[in-house]
Design a protein. Sequence first.
Length: 191
Amino acid sequence: MAKETSVLYSLPPAVRPYLLPSERIVMSVHRHPVLLVPALVAVAASAAIVGLQSEGVIPGRGAVLGAVAAVLTVSCGWLAWMVLTWSQCYFVITRSRLMLIRGGLRRSMSFLLVKDVADIRVGRNAIPGMRYSFGSLTFIRSEDARPWKVNGMPYPAQLYLELADLAFPEIDPRMRLQTGLAFTPPKLRRR
């Protein structure tokens, strides 16, 4: 089990306002940087088009070059915004809550109480998820509410084991390790 962080100055600044005075962080992670890939691809593609146009490979002058340069500027702005929001997005695990803090200029926080977790599911895309070690975590609540899904999580198998240890302490840890991601804890109603 991970060590709890008890020193406030070691916390990310985006997380501090959302912690209760008695809470300590068990684990805090950024979402996976693979979430930045669409913006990176848009910048690379528009930069390639600008380069080809300026070299004369793609015909057009003046207004066409200006329009393509505008697309490049917008793509760079989108990438900058994505990096800003990614850098301020954290998935935080405390002993009592799971929190997702996101946003760039305007932050939002959603949370789920650990005692309300009835099941945890791990999802991964076949090729990119396994190759680059990212996936999603879906938390099923004990009351019949809609599931809470967090996409773009790094190392979902390790997060799953840590969360299962926290949410289901009555289950033998050796059983969790033997069964791995196929393990589904019993539907428990704890108070």
